[in-house]
Ligand binder design. Structure first.
Ligand code: G3P
Ligand code: CA
Length: 255
């Protein structure tokens, strides 16, 4: 099994995170999937942004939950990243916070997986699971979507809404018996911090093919994780990791 590569928040090491630009760049690099974060606006729209506040990644101020979509769409999601090497004012300033619906429209043209992280570990965002589920279903993309969250009840709610939903628990520790968690809670996978895996790779023995790791940006770490046979690496640098993955695959084919 070849380890898959997911672009984390698109390609956040080189492009403005969680924007259509970053998603397109990751797709151009050939990723197997994208990882995105979702929150709910005051008027109930599902938007793709990492933080609860817009302050760090846009030119606005305030909490997503207190703003409506129209206000959010007035903010630039690219202008705060002018120290990036690839920064191009002409295109980056025009980047907006995408809706989940817009991202689904892009992803659906490329036959890649989409990991939707439900950011429900700070605010509850009542009803977000149903809203997200309905958008994914409208795009007829349920079998390519993996729902994850640090907040376990959120993914269990998703499973209750749709028993076929692919759910994964996000954690920065390797649980003592990963398989017990996965079987008991009907988790497709665990999404675990790569640092925890590298500290204790023995603990995922036998279930590597149900482990996705975040967020791996150095090729040395990635090479070790590839050798452990994890299912997916999430990275801020899709091009770099795709190149490594192709090199490793060629080596295997020559053995
Ligand atoms: O989904 C993996 C990873 O994205 C979780 O951490 O803070 O980057 O959303 P964070
Ligand atoms: Ca995330």
């Amino acid at each position: 099994m070849q380890t898959k590569i997911y672009g984390h928040r698109g390609a956040m090491g080189e492009y403005p995170e969680n924007t259509m630009l970053a998603f397109k760049k990751a797709i151009e690099a050939g990723v197997d999937g994208l990882e995105i974060d979702v929150h709910l606006t005051r008027d109930g729209e599902v938007v793709v942004i990492h933080d609860e506040q817009v302050d760090r990644t846009t030119d606005g101020r305030g909490a997503v939950k207190d703003m409506d979509l129209r206000t959010l769409k007035g903010l630039s999601a690219g202008s705060e990243f002018e120290d990036f090497v690839n920064y191009d004012a002409d295109t980056w300033i025009g980047e907006r916070i995408p809706t989940l619906d817009e991202v689904m429209g892009l992803v659906g043209q490329h036959d890649i997986e989409l990991n939707i992280e439900l950011k429900t570990n700070v605010f509850e965002y009542e009803g977000i699971e149903q809203r997200v589920h309905d958008i994914v279903k409208n795009h007829n993309y349920s079998n390519k979507v993996i729902y994850s969250s640090f907040h376990m009840p959120s993914i269990l709610r998703m499973k209750a809404i749709d028993p076929e939903a692919r759910i994964a628990w996000l954690t920065d520790k390797v649980p003592l018996w990963p398989i017990d968690h996965m079987e008991e809670l009907a988790l497709e996978a665990l999404h675990i911090s790569y640092k925890a895996i590298l500290k204790n790779p023995g603990r995922i023995a036998g279930v590597e093919d149900r482990i996705r790791v975040w967020t791996v940006n150095e090729t040395g770490d990635a090479a070790r994780l590839l050798s452990h046979g994890v299912e997916t690496l999430m990275t801020n640098y899709p091009e770099r990791m795709m190149a490594l993955s192709r090199t490793q695959q060629k080596k295997i084919e020559h053995i």
